[in-house]
Design a protein around this ligand. Structure first.
Ligand code: PRP
Ligand code: ZN
Length: 285
């Protein structure tokens, strides 16, 4: 029996969300802190808890079969792995930032300056494209303090909420790369492992689709049914059931989060009452 080894970030921006998503796929594992490996109870998978920067390496070498990492980490590492799926969470950007007192007008202002970063490859690429010669200082953590200790004039680092920059007296001046969590995979997965991976991806897609949709229930006077059914997109057409009260029906359907409020408003105007909206756990085509 094969086991698919999935590497996730041990501690950091992506860890909690990664674990949450795996659990929502009805895959559970003992989650005690400090552990390196956990075997899933109900799915042929093993979770490896690693430093995010190490994940692409381990996936390339087959120590892990697949991994959840930020695109920023995957691209910077430049390893020979497959990009399998964008996860839709962990969105952030890699940006250039300078001290608030720095009079910044354009990228030209960084000509000849020094920039601290953990992303030298992506940064170099960007600077080359804009014909900027700058001195790149590679540091692996706490990049945001570099200007204040006189190590660099600017930094290039991940910005998510922006609070790290703010609390270090820095301002974002250029966004150079947009990132989100992705699944990367080893290039030579065995057939057995591919089967497990497909099952995992199938579950992930069902969970993600469910999150984007809501189950809606409402009561409608029969006279308004046609109008209400037209408003509801549904997967096919909505389910309509007669209510005990004469002349009324119950309507069930699925709506996307995107047009949610607009649809609710239209339904109310069309005469819908007692509208109930519920989360969906899984959605399978
Ligand atoms: C990044 C970056 C900042 C923080 C920015 O680290 O280095 O510390 O996130 O987030 P904010 O804009 O919300 O304040 P990351 O989580 O990628 O971790 P790592 O580089 O230590 O792996
Ligand atoms: Zn990291």
């Amino acid at each position: 029996m094969s086991i698919l080894k999935l590497a996730i970030q041990k501690k950091g921006r992506l860890s909690e969300k990664s674990i949450e998503l795996i659990n929502e796929c009805a895959i559970s594992f003992p989650n005690s802190t400090g552990k390196l490996v956990a075997k899933c109870y109900d799915f042929p998978m093993e979770i490896l808890f690693l430093r995010d920067d190490d994940i692409p390496d381990y996936v390339q070498d087959g120590v892990a079969d697949i991994g959840i990492v930020g695109e920023n980490v995957a691209v910077e590492s430049d390893k020979n792995v497959d990009d399998i799926l964008k996860m839709g969470f962990g969105k952030c950007r890699l940006s250039l930032a300078v001290p608030r007192s720095f009079q910044y007008n354009s990228i030209q202002d960084l000509q000849g300056k020094s920039i601290a970063t953990s992303y030298p490859k992506i940064l170099k690429n960007y600077l080359d494209k804009h014909n900027i010669q700058a001195e790149i200082h590679v540091i692996s953590g706490s990049v945001e303090i570099a200007p204040s200790i006189g190590l660099a004039d600017a930094i290039c680092d991940i910005v998510s909420t922006g609070s790290t920059l703010l609390s270090n007296g820095l301002k974002e001046v250029e966004q150079i790369f947009h990132s989100e969590a992705i699944i990367i995979g080893n290039k030579n997965l065995s057939e057995d492992k591919k089967v497990i991976l497909d099952d995992f991806l199938f579950r992930l897609n069902a969970v993600r689709k469910a999150k984007k949709n809501k189950y809606i229930l409402l009561n409608a006077p029969n006279a308004s049914l046609d109008k209400i059914i037209q408003i509801l997109p549904g997967i096919k057409s909505p389910t309509v059931l007669p209510l005990a009260e004469n002349g009324w029906s119950s309507v069930h359907s699925v709506i996307t989060e995107k047009d949610f409020w607009q649809i609710i408003q239209q339904l109310k105007e069309a005469g819908a009452e007692g509208i109930l909206v519920m989360p969906i756990e899984q959605m399978i085509d």
